[in-house]
Every structure is written in structure tokens, then in C-alpha cells.
Design a protein around this ligand. Structure first.
Ligand code: SAM
Length: 165
């Protein structure tokens, strides 16, 4: 009977190269493919969040849960531009591609902590629009008159209905 344990398939597979990998290797000019790579000046080559997670030591929180902190290009770019999270760039990309948010719109952002989408949305709708953000976690005020924040569970609808009136 063999005592050698088989390596899980997931660990033996090599990662498929993405278009972004090819751009970063200089094989595909980003301009030609109409792809914009947000870079922080003087930054190291862009790495995917999962590569960074694989490299960094896993810190343990007091609760005993491992804490993962992704510090990639988007993290530093978000810091530089004053966004509360790197996810701000996701919404900016969606907007660039689909142009879904217009000036003066009323937008409900469900699960909005720490508030980076609220920051982006506030700029997109302008002072004539209204934004409502709901999250189970507390969101610090963003200082916009037209951004309303509620702390609550999205599955408990009554306070949300009241809030939106
Ligand atoms: C990825 S974050 C959202 C990031 C956010 N869009 C931003 O702009 O930075 C997901 C959020 O979902 C929230 N969440 C998860 N379950 C929830 C629930 N039942 N009700 C309200 N918020 C919830 C979490 O608290 C967390 O802040």
C-alpha cells in the first residue's frame, strides 16, 4: 500500500496567461488593443491580486481569522486619488464601457462599505443627483450633501424602505 498522498489537482495546474500578462510582458501593445493599464508612477510590474496574496505572509487578526491585505497598483492608485478602496476602479471601468450612470440620477448602492463606489457615484451624478448607500458595516460620512448612508442588513427591508422615502 502506498503512503504517498496525491497533490490536489488545483495546485499542479499552472495559471493561464491572460491578456494583461501579455501586455505587461510587452508582447501586445496596450494601445493597439485599446486597453488602459492604470499604473502608479515608478511602480513595480503589475501583479494580479492573487499573486500578491500568494506571496505575502498571512497575518492573524486577534479574532484568529487570517487577514489578507492586497497592495497592488490599484491599491496605491486609490490611495493617491483619495478613494476608500481599489474597487472604485471597477465602477469607473464599468462606466467607461457601458455609460450607465448619468448626471442627476438617483442611485442605490447596496453593500457599499467602505464607500469607494459612493465616492465615484457622487462625482458621476453631480449635485443634482441623489445616492443612497446601505451596508451592514458602518460607513464614515463622505461629506457629500446628496449621499445618504444607512447601516443595516439588506435582507431586513423595513428600515431601508423608510430610509428611501
Ligand atoms: C466588496 S464590499 C463592497 C465594496 C463597495 N462597493 C465599495 O465601494 O468599496 C462588500 C460589502 O458587502 C457588505 N455586506 C455583506 N452582506 C451584507 C448584508 N446582508 N447587508 C448589507 N451589507 C452587506 C459587507 O459589509 C461589505 O462591506
Amino acid at each position: 500500500m502506498s503512503t504517498v498522498k496525491s497533490v490536489p489537482k488545483k495546485l499542479t495546474r499552472t495559471r493561464r496567461r491572460t491578456k494583461l500578462d501579455r501586455i505587461l510582458a510587452g508582447e501586445v501593445p496596450a494601445k493597439q488593443k485599446n486597453i488602459r493599464v492604470a499604473r502608479h508612477p515608478g511602480a513595480a510590474p503589475l501583479k494580479k491580486a492573487r499573486d500578491i496574496l500568494a506571496e505575502q505572509p498571512v497575518k492573524k487578526k486577534k479574532t484568529g481569522k487570517p487577514q489578507y491585505i492586497v497592495r497592488d497598483e490599484y491599491f496605491y492608485e486609490a490611495k493617491k486619488l483619495g478613494y476608500r478602496a481599489r474597487s472604485a476602479f471597477k465602477l469607473l471601468e464599468i462606466q467607461e464601457k457601458y455609460n450607465i450612470i448619468r448626471t442627476g440620477m438617483k442611485v442605490l448602492d447596496i453593500a457599499s462599505a467602505p464607500g469607494s463606489w459612493l465616492q465615484v457615484l457622487a462625482k458621476m451624478v453631480g449635485p443634482t443627483g441623489v445616492i443612497a448607500g446601505i451596508d451592514i458595516q458602518k460607513i464614515k460620512s463622505l461629506g457629500y450633501q446628496n449621499v445618504h448612508i444607512l447601516q443595516g442588513d439588506v435582507f431586513v427591508t423595513e428600515p431601508i424602505v423608510e430610509f428611501l422615502k
